[in-house]
Design a protein around this ligand. Structure first.
Ligand code: GLC
Ligand code: CA
Length: 558
């Protein structure tokens, strides 16, 4: 499992709408990204994942594509993209695109044709069915709430949409659809892009016959994940993509893989399978789904992440991440932005970043950004948030309670504009930002942290450099220590005769690290998020709240 360029990569996930606005319309754009490439190079990241940049009516901020071969008007032109790609290359970095092919926008010409007549040649490119008893064809609920079917009066049938009603699902059973998508993917590869993050990849196959999900009370739509997520046969579509497109170049492919457990991952990312480079699994952040107020269950987190590390050792490769544009900020969930912002942001970073796999950083994470502040339900922009609010109101929840719940869980938390400095609109735009800035930007911004090596940003930069210089931190075998310790996340990474010890106190209380296996007397501390307190040369030491240390301890213990 050595020798692929993307194994050594560090990926920066960039949400173009919120990264940098170049023309004062309040919306980030490609020239804005170009203007900040030096920042990304300085940070040390090597791959930029651009969230969707294609033409889109923005019902779901670009995850609803109306033209796969054109740039979104607000983001610029194809010439802007070509320039961005050339300048990224020139700085030794690469670009991967967000491939959204489970569905398109309802404004895509394919869908416009498909809905025009029942006998249109593109009718079967989407999933159309007759209604049943005056209602939708089955009882499936959309992932974004409400029924997964939309009635179309023009042709008196329903079409399937697993996300919003403006994101109709493509019919992957249809060979013409598969050909058209692979053709488009090759077109981008010919342009020189270095890979793709494939959106909602586990949803491309629907259960044959589209059967009802077991109904709760028999009324209204019900969650139907078993019938549209990781359904038998979905890997055939991944094979088509891999065979007809991905394999035509030396690219990096990352599947967004809700529903795949560690034990099911090998068929997706096993090196011998030739399908995907890695997948973004959901298990660790599903720890959040139950009670958004519950803190971190560290032992469960260790079990989940270690299971992934062990399952793929020697057979496949992990994608490592804590944040993305669909999640609130991890600092607000598992860290402590009020008492321990710096320490908890850097301890969480150390914990996930030095495991085996390719680490991803979501924009702003490297500054230790926290959730933003919402004053009313009108402050939510995201279509999913707005649909959840409708649902909660329909269930009789009071607006104040909804606001509290949404403030903790909404995707808008991580979509606020990037704070570049403490000036007007944090330097993001000279106009009115499309989404208000996080009000803490005067304290949390790039300019202030870039000149301070002790900042969260400075720490990320050192951590990236350390990983880049130590093959053991990229390829080394992972071993969990102290599985039952409720405060410490500790593990080793070993390659040949080099071993690294990573110890992170993920609690707001002091903790004692004690391990029989190592003598730390001659160990070198390579990274620490707080000034080291002298400790006697032995195999135990104390860690302050959210303290993290990385030691190089030489030969691996037997
Ligand atoms: C993925 C994206 C999310 C989007 C959804 C529908 O989960 O990450 O942002 O809303 O797919 O495309
Ligand atoms: Ca703009």
């Amino acid at each position: 499992m050595h020798g692929k360029w993307w194994q050594e990569a560090v990926v920066y996930q960039l949400y173009p709408r919120s990264f940098m606005d170049s023309n004062g319309d309040g919306i980030g754009d490609l020239p804005g990204v170009l203007a900040q490439l030096d920042y990304l190079q300085w940070l040390g990241v090597t791959v930029i994942w651009l969230c969707p940049i294609f033409r889109s009516p923005n019902d779901d901020n670009g995850y609803d594509i109306a033209d796969y071969r054109a740039i979104m008007d607000e983001f610029g032109t194809m010439a802007d993209f070509d320039r961005l790609m050339a300048e990224t290359r020139r700085r030794g970095m690469r670009i991967i695109l967000d491939l959204v092919v489970n569905h398109t926008s309802d404004e895509h010409p394919w869908f416009i044709a498909s809905r025009s007549r029942r006998d249109d040649p593109k009718r079967d490119w989407y999933i159309w069915r007759d209604g049943r008893n005056g209602g939708p064809p089955n009882n499936w609920e959309s992932i974004f709430r409400g029924p997964a079917w939309q009635y179309d009066a023009g042709t008196d049938q329903y079409f399937l949409h697993l996300f919003t009603a403006r994101q109709p699902d493509l019919n992957w059973e249809n060979a013409e659809v598969r050909d058209a998508i692979c053709d488009m993917v090759r077109w981008w590869m010919d342009k020189g892009v270095d890979g793709f993050r494939i959106d909602a990849i586990t949803h491309m196959k629907k259960a044959p016959g589209l059967p009802d999900a077991p109904a709760g009370d028999g009324h209204g739509p019900v969650p139907a994940y078993d019938f549209h997520m990781n359904v038998d046969g979905v890997l055939d579509y991944v094979d088509t993509l891999a065979r007809e497109a991905f394999s035509h170049g030396d690219i990096m492919t990352v599947g967004e893989a809700n529903g795949i457990g560690a034990d099911e991952a090998e068929p997706w990312v096993g090196a011998s399978r030739g399908r995907l480079s890695m997948i973004l699994q959901f298990e660790h952040w599903h720890l959040w789904s139950g009670d958004p107020r519950a803190g971190l269950d560290l032992c469960k987190l260790k079990r989940i992440l270690s299971h992934w590390q062990n399952a793929l050792e020697g057979v496949g490769w992990n994608a490592l991440y804590l944040e993305n544009h669909d999640l609130p900020r991890v600092l607000s969930r598992w860290g402590d932005p009020l008492q321990h912002r710096h320490a908890s942001a850097t301890a969480l970073a150390t914990m996930y970043f030095l495991m085996q796999g390719t680490p991803f950083i979501y924009q702003g994470q490297e500054l230790g950004m926290a959730n933003t502040v919402f004053h009313s339900l009108d402050d939510f922009d995201d279509v999913f948030a707005r649909q959840r609010i409708v649902e909660m109101r329909a269930n009789g929840m009071a607006d104040d309670d909804i606001l509290e719940e949404m403030a903790l869980t909404a995707r808008d938390n991580s979509r606020t504009p990037m704070p570049w400095n403490d000036g007007l609109n944090a330097g993001f735009t000279t106009g009115t930002p499309w989404l208000p800035l996080n009000p803490d930007y005067p304290q949390v911004n790039v300019a202030q942290q870039q000149t301070d090596p002790g900042s969260v940003l400075g720490y990320y930069r050192r951590m990236i450099a350390l990983r880049a210089s130590e093959p053991a931190l990229v390829f080394g075998r992972y071993r969990l220590l102290l599985a039952d310790d409720p405060q410490l996340y500790a593990y080793t990474r070993s390659l040949d005769d080099t071993t690294f010890l990573v110890v992170c106190n993920l609690s707001a209380r002091a903790a004692r690290y004690r391990h029989d296996g190592f003598n730390l007397e001659y160990a070198a501390c390579m990274l620490a998020n707080r000034p080291l307190l002298p400790h006697p040369p032995c195999n135990a030491f104390d860690l302050r709240p959210f303290e993290a240390r990385v030691y190089r301890i030489g030969p691996a213990p037997a």
